[in-house]
Design a protein around this ligand. Structure first.
Ligand code: F6R
Length: 248
């Protein structure tokens, strides 16, 4: 499994941002659209900062970019401070020249009986756009990618899921207490993620070291959904020293 270890999250994030920028420039030059799978949370923030810098200072354009985010809490209003819609606007979209019609984030406002249909249409939109060129991922301490918690099937598609207790505890600071964290989310599936032509999983910090070790070296099992990535030949793990510190 390709694992690259960097001194710190800054240098690692700049490397990932430059990989994304290369892809955008290459496909844009060929007159093609670029389809990116995006993640939220603390991990990709510096990647987005570098992409913004490349746009503002080096003229990188996102006019040909189509994005699909991994997940959104359910229920969730897009204008709520904790929504992933809000996060993506603040951290990236408000600062670049992307066409907001090309931005897709699972809809946390739907009535429950419309979610299954929405999820199928999300998958179809990804396929109709030509499939994901590059999916970036973080990893949760449960071993989740997207919000595919332990028990997720390797061929799972976009769907409504129940969040793990640990995931809700880790989110509690953003919500002012665990009880305020939604119990559910809509997430791309493991199968959806696997269809991406390239996958980059990033992890920083000592507190990810144990789960990174399981993901990279552990037995492949639905108990740690990130272990499924061992089966992919298009995945790279980008780690800082601390997140890599338990690897043998
Ligand atoms: C976010 C997502 C999650 C996070 C993971 C790590 O869209 O899909 O899998 O990547 O929970 O979160 P952070 O980066 O905050 O440690």
């Amino acid at each position: 499994l390709p694992v690259q270890v960097f001194d710190n999250p800054e240098t690692a994030s700049i490397d990932v941002a430059h990989k994304i920028a290369q892809l955008i420039k290459k496909k844009s030059a060929q007159g093609e659209k670029v389809v990116l799978g995006l993640a939220t949370g603390a991990t990709p923030v510096l990647v987005y900062q570098e992409l913004i810098r490349l746009h503002q200072q080096e003229g990188l354009s996102f006019k040909n970019v189509i994005t699909f985010n991994l997940d959104e809490y359910y229920p969730m209003q897009p204008d709520a401070a904790q929504s992933y819609v809000h996060f993506m606007k603040q951290q990236l979209f408000n600062h670049i020249d992307i066409d907001m019609n090309n931005v897709h984030i699972p809809d946390g406002t739907l009535p429950e009986d419309e979610i299954a249909e929405f999820c199928l249409s999300y998958e179809k939109k990804i396929n109709d756009a030509g499939g994901l060129d590059l999916q970036i991922l973080g990893i949760g301490r449960t071993g989740h990618i997207g919000f595919n918690e332990p028990g997720s099937a390797p061929n799972s598609g976009t769907r409504l899921v129940t969040l793990d207790d640990l995931t809700r505890r880790d989110a509690s600071r953003d919500f002012g207490g665990k009880d305020n964290v939604p119990r559910k989310a809509i997430t791309m599936g493991i199968g959806t993620i696997f269809k991406a032509r390239e996958i980059v999983l990033m992890a920083w910090n000592e507190k990810k070291a144990a789960i990174v070790k399981k993901a990279v070296e552990g037995e492949i099992s639905s108990e740690v959904p990130a272990t499924y990535l061992q089966l992919s030949d298009q995945v790279t793990f980008i780690l800082d020293k601390d997140a890599a510190s338990a690897l043998t």
